[in-house]
Design a protein around this ligand. Structure first.
Ligand code: UD1
Ligand code: CA
Length: 452
């Protein structure tokens, strides 16, 4: 079966009260439309047509991709009119309609929906609601066969009692769709061309309207305002937390965990409260992450320990290495196995060798630090002269005294030492001690100044 997917995304989203087009509002750090596109792609369609209107340029700019086509609907005359804009680009046997503001729809649900499609049947996704206000109602006959969808504003008091609502998601043989869309009228309560009117046309043409019912109303919920957006966000996060726990992760509080990207996890991972994972994060076996950490695009290898309030981006934390509390690992940080980074330490584009330590109050930038070296408290690599950046290279077993300024470019040989408080501007040979500071003088019996 070949399939084109049409995603409706032209609406303004007035109730968002936002300059941003509705479908660009994020769920879990990604626009709603991006979520729908990801799910659409999972079905391997022949094409994806996104119908845009409000904020069209911005939407196109943010979501342009080789496998996505955009169709502009310059006036929003209704969902039927919106789908009709895509007709010239539809080539496959069947068409599936999705919505840019219904972000949590899952591939598996759509796959079961599509099993109902054939040359003489179309497929409609419905949802049972306790409060169906606003939804189109599914009208069935005595034999329980779908007869029509009636929009809330056009429904009779009897029809308003129906609790089976239209999700809007449907799949139709393309030729039929083109025929029906061409016959839509806008003589209804809203003066719109309703996509939902094709259901009665299908029935009149002796097509079977097969339904699939969404098991979870949130999966087909649209976001019309910020409250609904937040509800969808929480639902997404709950789903993500459950998945991780099913994979063997301990989340000390699943309600205080946020995933804004993708994560892969090993066994016996422990995640404390208020942890945010962003981008692409890989977590191996026995990793533990303390409370209030933000971890973005990073790899945490087996047994790594990230202590409270640490911020990691683009970091590779080696086996058994640890950092924090209050560590900041910036892009290009590599901690080799069992390296240790303590509190108030910032690393950028720096490799800390196996078992090396930077325990306190330190900035290491553009550095390569050998195994077992020890960086004293308050050490700063002066890697930037205001125009260019320079590298600091340290061998193994180097000992940097506290409060040293290492003015790059600099090489410190194996086993070298710097005295505390030194400003080191020249290379240090292996096993040498470098002292770069004023020598101490003691002035005996020195009279302190007195207040005049
Ligand atoms: C629609 C359905 C209703 C269903 C409900 C589910 C119709 C006529 N009604 O109603 O049966 O229960 O969704 O949420 O289809 N859009 C466009 N261009 C347009 C009009 C709409 O792109 O000209 C997009 C909107 O941006 C939105 C979606 O289509 O993403 C739905 O449109 P909306 O006007 O919100 O339809 P509802 O009245 O909610
Ligand atoms: Ca709507």
């Amino acid at each position: 079966m070949s399939l084109d997917i049409v995603i409706l995304a032209a609406g303004q989203g007035t109730r968002m009260r936002s300059a941003l087009p509705k479908v660009l509002h994020p769920i879990a750090g990604q626009s709603m439309l991006a979520h729908v596109l990801q799910t659409a792609r999972s079905l391997k369609p022949a094409s994806i047509q996104v119908v845009i209107g409000h904020g069209a340029e911005l939407v196109r700019e943010q979501l342009a991709a080789a496998d996505v086509s955009f169709v502009v609907q310059s006036e929003q005359l209704g969902t039927g009119h919106a789908v009709a804009q895509a007709i010239p680009h539809l080539k496959a046997e069947n068409t599936l309609v999705l919505y840019g503001d219904v972000p949590l729809i899952e591939g598996a649900t759509l796959e079961s929906l599509l099993t109902h499609l054939s040359a003489d049947s179309m497929a409609l996704l419905t949802v049972n609601l306790t409060n169906p206000a606003g939804y189109g109602r599914i009208v069935r006959n005595q034999a329980n066969a779908v007869q029509a969808i009636v929009e809330h504003k056009d429904a009779s008091p009897e029809q308003l009692k129906i609790c089976e609502g239209n999700t809007g998601i449907l799949a139709v043989p393309r030729q039929r769709l083109i025929d029906w869309l061409g016959r839509l009228s806008n003589s209804n309560a809203q003066g719109e061309y309703y996509l939902t009117d094709i259901i009665a046309m299908a029935v009149a043409d002796d097509l079977r309207v097969a339904t699939e019912t969404a098991s979870d109303a949130m999966e087909v919920q649209g976001a019309n305002d910020r409250l609904q957006l937040s509800e969808l966000e929480r639902h997404y996060q709950q789903r993500a937390a459950r998945r991780l726990m099913a994979q063997g992760v301990t989340l000390l509080d699943p309600v205080r965990f946020d995933l804004r990207g993708e994560v892969s996890v090993g066994r016996d991972v422990l995640i404390d409260i208020n942890v945010i994972l962003e981008g692409k994060v890989e977590i191996a076996d026995n990793v533990s992450i303390g409370p209030n950490c933000v971890i973005k695009d990073s790899i945490l290898r087996a047994g790594a320990v990230i202590k409270a309030n640490s911020h990691l981006e683009g970091a590779d934390v080696g086996e058994g290495a640890d950092c924090g509390p209050f560590a900041r690992l910036r892009p290009g940080t590599v901690l080799a196995a069992r390296a240790h980074v303590g509190n108030f330490v910032e690393l950028k584009n720096t490799r800390l060798g196996e078992g090396a330590k930077a325990g306190h109050l330190t900035y290491l930038g553009d550095s390569d630090i050998g195994a077992r070296s020890n960086i004293g408290a308050g050490t700063i690599t002066c890697n930037y002269d205001g125009a260019n950046k320079f590298k600091t290279v340290m061998g193994e077993d180097v000992f940097i005294g506290s409060n040293s300024s290492l003015v790059a470019p600099l090489n410190l040989g194996d086993g070298s030492t710097t005295g505390a408080g030194s400003t080191i501007t020249a290379d240090v040979p292996a096993h040498a001690l470098a002292v770069g500071r004023g020598r101490q003088r003691n002035l005996e019996n020195w009279p302190r100044p007195k207040k005049r």
